[in-house]
Design a protein around this ligand. Structure first.
Ligand code: ATP
Length: 458
């Protein structure tokens, strides 16, 4: 198999130069592991979220969306277990004061052969001592013991300094779906099995963020909770594994760059859990998770809120707390995977190298670019642009040679370039250039809209 041209350095540089992703607060020297999406990036990310929402809410039978508040009653996080157990095992290097995750140190040292998820904190400390795993920053061996570190960002709510209540920035969107189980069920007159989905920001005070937008402290999640009856959960778990994988394949991922990975250690309430991993430039890593969470979430919220979350089957009258199959994927992690998958350097017949992003046409920032062959054709080109913009995201470029303009669009992955030339004035046709094959065809300008609808559908 051909070696992939993509590296993280190339992606970061391309993203910066082409307005896809910029370092956060850059003119102030940045703010570690925060990133801002630029004009091209925000379009791609919105398209990714739209494709996911269409697939898992709008096209799904019995799935409904919510957009819950980021700030929630603190009792939510007690019920979910986040205040007590949402933590990572951290160790500090006493020499250079850098902070590390003990599990990551072991994983890196053993090249993935040892699974720290199966170890207690004491076992991890012993392993690190016995194998003399040194600080990856300064190379010294002088660690503190392992301390657990809660990943939730705290803030406070109150009108005076003396009267402040501790609240949290949500570390996952899922709880917004669980606390709205009754509301959605009633408002949508939903019958179990049904799903609640949400896309929104989540925040985690990660000990070791990094790898560009792979692991950040602020990110977006796309989560879907499927509420079902115990006994049907196994079947739905398998169904969501298939649906999650199919979504990625439909976005254009090569099957050999994706794999399922079962969790070795399950949370005490979970019945089954797996990830889909993607072969990122830095190696195989989690892209999304699928979890059978049993009736844990609703039972806990019933207990802590005092509100009954028991479902009554309208036909049989049976009462039960539904099980939950959770499918959770980070929009930014998916964006990074989409970028890595699309990246290509193609050597052309004349020896020139063409940088091209092979995005699925529905995901590309612009579905088309309108290019007047010469500047004096701008009025006709802009007339076409104005019409297409009402239906699609369309770019316009009149600067430089047509060849250079094609290359600029290739670099941001625009699937179709539509050139208005002198023949357009005569017969109303335009040239349509395909990004991937570089083939050109001529079409009547009034057919472009239908052409793009067909070619860019997801
Ligand atoms: P990891 O093991 O990589 O920390 P996780 O198992 O804690 O991830 P979940 O809590 O299952 O992740 O979150 C669901 C999804 O949210 C992940 O599969 C990932 O796509 C995304 N995600 C989680 N943490 C981050 C982060 N810090 N930055 C970006 N995306 C994240």
């Amino acid at each position: 198999m051909a070696k992939r041209a993509v590296t993280m350095e190339k992606l970061v540089a391309l993203c910066k130069n082409r307005g896809i992703v910029f370092p956060g607060s850059e003119i102030y020297g940045g703010m570690g592991n925060t990133w801002d999406y630029g004009p091209v990036g925000v379009e791609i990310k919105n398209n990714i979220k739209r494709a996911w929402w269409k697939r898992f809410v709008q096209e799904s039978e019995n799935s409904f969306g919510v957009d819950a508040a980021i700030l929630m009653n603190s009792r939510v996080w007690e019920a979910s277990g986040h205040t007590t157990s949402f933590s990572d095992p951290k160790m500090d290097c006493k020499e250079c004061k850098s902070r590390h995750r003990a599990d990551n140190l072991i994983e890196a040292h053993s090249k993935g052969k040892v699974n720290p998820d199966l170890m207690s904190n004491e076992e991890m400390e012993t392993y690190i001592r016995e194998h003399r795993i040194c600080c990856p920053i300064c190379g010294k061996f002088n660690w503190t013991g392992i301390r657990t570190f809660n990943l939730m960002f705290e803030t406070s709510r109150g009108v005076t300094d003396e009267n402040q209540n501790k609240i949290y920035l949500r570390p996952e969107t899922a709880q917004g779906e669980f606390v709205n189980f009754l509301n959605v069920q009633r408002a949508a007159r939903a019958k179990v099995p049904f799903g609640i989905a949400q896309i929104g920001k989540a925040f985690r005070n990660e000990i070791t963020p990094g790898n560009f937008i792979f692991r950040t402290i602020e990110f977006e999640q796309m989560e879907h909770q499927w509420f079902c009856k115990e006994g049907t959960d196994g079947e739905y778990y398998e169904q969501f594994k298939t649906r999650a994988m199919q979504f990625l394949l439909d976005l254009g991922f090569a099957p050999e760059h994706l794999r399922f990975k079962d969790h070795d250690k399950l949370a005490h309430y979970a019945k089954a859990a797996c990830d889909i991993q993607y072969e990122y430039p830095m190696g195989w890593s989690e892209l999304n998770g699928i979890h059978n969470r049993t009736d844990y979430d609703l039972s806990r919220h019933q207990e802590f809120s005092g509100k009954s979350l028991t479902y009554v089957d309208p036909v049989s009258g049976e009462r039960y707390i539904p099980y939950v199959i959770e499918y959770s994927i980070g929009a930014d992690r998916l964006m990074l995977a989409v970028l890595a998958e699309a990246y290509d350097e193609e050597t052309l017949e004349d020896g020139d190298v063409r940088n091209v992003m092979h995005f699925h046409p529905a995901i590309a920032a612009y579905q088309a670019a309108v290019l007047p062959l010469q500047k004096n054709l701008a009025p006709q080109a802009k007339e076409l642009l104005g019409r297409l913009k009402k239906q699609f995201s369309v770019s316009y470029d009149e600067a430089g040679s047509i060849g250079k303009r094609y290359r600029r669009q290739d670099e941001i992955g625009t699937p179709y370039c539509i050139t208005v030339d002198f023949d357009t004035l005569q017969d109303g046709t335009v040239t349509v250039r395909d990004r991937d094959s570089m083939q050109q065809i001529r079409l009547p300008a009034e057919k472009i809209s239908a052409f793009l609808f067909e070619k860019t559908a997801f």
